[in-house]
Design a protein around this ligand. Structure first.
Ligand code: FAD
Length: 398
């Protein structure tokens, strides 16, 4: 792995200043406070400003004429992270826009893509259902053809950002008699269509997601992506991107794993705990002078560093597992005041470790659970064969 620093050209340094100035102007304390309050992980004002000033278009054309260079893109991504730009809906929009570009009809592309670049259109993911999400293909939401239209009925769980989006990338069953992966069709459903009901859900870490009900939702065939019953093909790439099942960029100008953002937040929380632990109290005593504190802090920092350096699917698992394992240690080191959340008077590290503690379970669920990723690594990367879920006796016999 190449850990060398990148020397910025004068042009890149100017880009860096411009990106930082833009983000400092728009991503204010008020934006961050509001985002914590709503749990939206999206700010319309910031997103529209990014569209109006051409950042979204330049980002979309990375490596192409008129777009950001690879170095500039890396600067932009790291600066967004530093500024804590609310990021989830921007991320799902980028993923889905690629599929619209690849599989949408010319009409649909024209309707959607220019407004994605202006920030006016946002896109969310409608895969998971109330009865299960790990096996996306066991989809029960039905789409039935009626002439040039489709009628959709069903429910989707955890459609994050739906209330801030204009379209949902929806997987529906269009042939219940067919084999699982041949029964699915992808649609880009306008969220203002009659029959759609979006209801908010708050998760334990404060994020807002949604359950979305579809009752006799009627859309034109132009909102179909790809061929009928060939939705699995449309879904493969966006799923791989969301899983982080892609190699790290060869030029080193990218995150080594998909949960790098979460990993950085965890590392920042640990740094803050280390700083507090090294500070002498009124009696000159430091928390770090206690050897068990030093041991648990050192162990946490080592786990975090290792997780941050681990690539691809392995890194995803390492980061989510390190969040689960280190956050209780970090809270213990700080003592009982560490249970006070961010923005609470008396919160010893402004709630950093406590937030990681509440966030950790979610990071091991969304986009696929830790168990599922461990199985994927075992089966597809290490070649250990398919997992057998039969009861132990039957599994031995098989
Ligand atoms: C905060 C949040 C945001 C989300 N955002 C979105 C979104 O925007 N769009 C969307 O479509 N979905 C979203 N999801 C859903 C997410 O992708 C699913 O929760 C996830 O895929 C797991 O599905 P499930 O919750 O239905 O659990 P299930 O699939 O019901 O699994 C239940 C348990 O069984 C285990 N399990 C299941 N299958 C296997 C297997 N093959 N091997 C081993 N263990 C297994 C799981 O690990 C889990 O412990 C979000 C979830 C959360 C928590």
């Amino acid at each position: 792995m190449d850990f060398s620093r990148v020397d910025l050209s004068a042009q890149d340094a100017a880009f860096h200043d411009r990106a930082r100035a833009f983000l400092d102007l728009h991503v204010t304390d008020e934006v961050r406070r509001r985002d914590r309050e709503t749990g939206d992980n999206f700010d319309a004002g910031v997103h529209l400003a990014m569209g109006a000033e051409g950042w979204l278009a330049a980002e979309a054309k990375t490596g192409e004429p008129g777009g950001m260079t690879r170095v500039q893109r890396r600067i932009w991504d790291l600066e967004k992270r530093r500024a804590q730009v609310p990021w989830v809906t921007g991320g799902t929009t980028v993923i889905v826009a690629k599929s619209v570009e690849q599989f949408g009809s010319p009409d649909l592309r024209e309707e959607v893509l220019p407004r994605v670049l202006s920030g006016k259109v946002r896109l969310c993911l409608g895969y998971t259902e109330p009865e299960g999400g790990s096996d996306v293909a066991t989809c029960k939401t039905r789409a039935v053809r009626d002439g040039d239209q489709w009628v959709i009925n069903g429910a989707k769980m955890f459609t994050t950002g739906a209330h801030n989006c204009q379209y949902v990338f929806l997987i529906a069953n269009t042939d219940p008699q067919a084999r699982k992966h041949k029964s699915l069709t992808m649609f880009l459903v306008p969220l203002d269509t009659p029959g759609i009901d979006i209801q908010g859900i708050r998760t334990v870490d404060g994020d807002r997601t949604n359950i979305v009900y579809y009752t006799d939702v009627r859309i034109d065939d132009k909102y179909r992506l790809g061929e009928v019953n060939d939705g699995w093909r449309v879904l493969m790439e966006p799923l791989s991107v969301e899983h982080g099942a892609v190699d790290a960029a060869a030029d080193g100008l990218g995150d080594v794993s998909i949960l790098a953002h979460q990993g950085t937040m965890m590392a920042t929380a640990a740094d803050r705990v280390a700083e507090i632990a090294a500070r002498p109290g009124p009696d000159g005593h430091r928390l770090l002078d206690d050897r068990s504190v030093a041991y648990r802090l050192g162990r946490s920092v080592a786990r975090i560093e290792a997780a941050l350096s681990t690539p691809s699917l392995f890194g995803r698992v390492a980061i989510a597992q390190a969040m689960r394992d280190t956050s209780p240690d970090l809270m213990d080191i700080l003592g009982s005041a560490s249970v006070l959340p961010i923005d609470t008077e008396g919160a010893v590290d402004d709630g950093g470790a406590e937030y990681i503690y509440r966030w950790a379970p979610l990071c091991g669920i969304y986009g696929g659970t830790l168990e599922v990723f461990r199985n994927m690594i075992a089966q597809h990367v290490l070649g250990l064969g398919r997992p057998n879920y039969s009861p132990p006796a039957a599994a031995r016999a098989g």
